[in-house]
Design a protein around this ligand. Structure first.
Ligand SMILES: Nc1nc2c(ncn2[C@@H]2O[C@H](COP(=O)(O)OP(=O)(O)OP(=O)(O)O)[C@@H](O)[C@H]2O)c(=O)[nH]1
Ligand SMILES: [Zn+2]
Length: 291
């Protein structure tokens, strides 16, 4: 049997990247009976039934599954923000970080459009996130700054790009891999980006190995799946300090002898980060009340 990875699913046909060719496969009937839904990113084994046609015999165990977009085995997310235009907003960065942490993805923060600003105005944000332990890159898709470094981080992995509209995600992808649009055969990344258009995720191959996910589906604004008590787990620097709070049920809000509040006031935790934590905590509380 041969091995491959599902890069696209369409009308019960699966497009399998196998070596450097694409094989169009159908599923063995028994999978349909089991109502197993194969998704992009799944690794499979197949047998050939024609030159570029085959039948999927086996589905390998999934290591992970992202729901929005629906992709299996994603390794990492590249959270992309523009330094300016639209200006980077630390509170929005924190919101994206929480969802990415919740999804258990490795995280790369990419601050793009650094060609449009004085790079010295950024270090304090770059340092803020580096100190927490995040990987932070500064790039300019337009002029090529930081592109090699970003490309290197994508090799051999499945990466999802997420971030606010206009941050430059599509431009970055096209710069990293100029052939991308040709490979997908789509007219433009922009088509179907509207909120109400359903599009299925597709894996786009990178020349050096690895894939990027081309999809608008990463909304990243709601915290409906997160429990109040777990929110701190998605702020690494808060999780680190939390065991020192007096109460082990501390939500780091109004409880006395809270180590997190203390750390935020003496600067070990950045006050903006603590503020973001409190804002999201409040949102989760209020959502809960509604039900
Ligand atoms: N100056 C400058 N402009 C950039 C850079 N990267 C992207 N742009 C411009 O920013 C605008 C938005 O870029 P896109 O790549 O469409 O942004 P996006 O993140 O894909 O946006 P959505 O598709 O809406 O999610 C375009 O006009 C790009 O040409 C950059 O590094 N420097
Ligand atoms: Zn506390």
């Amino acid at each position: 049997m041969l091995n491959g990875i599902v890069v696209k699913a369409y009308n019960s046909y699966y497009y399998i990247q196998s070596g450097n060719k694409i094989v169009t496969c159908k599923l063995r009937g028994r999978f349909k009976k089991e109502r197993f839904s194969l998704i992009v990113g799944d690794e499979i084994s197949y047998t050939l039934t024609g030159p570029d046609k085959g039948i999927i015999e086996e589905i390998l165990p999934r290591r992970s599954m992202l729901k929005r977009p629906m992709v299996a085995n994603v390794n990492q997310v590249v959270l992309t923000f523009a330094a300016v235009n639209p200006d980077i907003n630390p509170s929005l960065v924190d919101r994206f970080l929480v969802i990415a942490e919740f999804s258990e993805l490795d995280i790369i923060i990419c601050i793009n459009k650094v060609d449009l600003t004085d790079i010295d105005s950024l270090p304090n944000l770059v340092d803020r996130y580096k100190q927490i332990g995040y990987k932070v890159l500064t790039t300019a898709a337009k002029t090529g700054i930081g592109i090699d470094e970003l490309r290197e981080l994508l090799y051999g992995k499945i990466s999802v790009f997420a971030g606010p509209s206009g941050a430059g995600k599509s431009t970055l992808l096209n710069t990293i891999q100029p052939g991308l649009e040709l490979t997908t055969g789509e007219v433009s990344h922009k088509i179907g980006r509207g909120k109400h258009t359903t599009r299925f995720a597709e894996l786009l191959p990178l020349a050096g190995g690895g894939f990027v996910v081309d999809t608008p589906g990463f909304s990243f604004t709601e915290f409906t799946d997160i429990e109040q008590a777990h929110l701190m787990d998605y702020f690494p620097e808060i999780a680190k300090v939390a065991p020192d709070c007096k109460f082990n049920t501390c939500l780091h809000y109004k409880e006395p002898q809270c180590a997190v509040k203390q750390a935020a006031s003496d600067g070990r935790i950045h006050p903006d980060r603590y503020q973001s934590y409190l804002e999201i905590l409040t949102e989760i509380k209020e959502n809960k009340k509604g039900y």
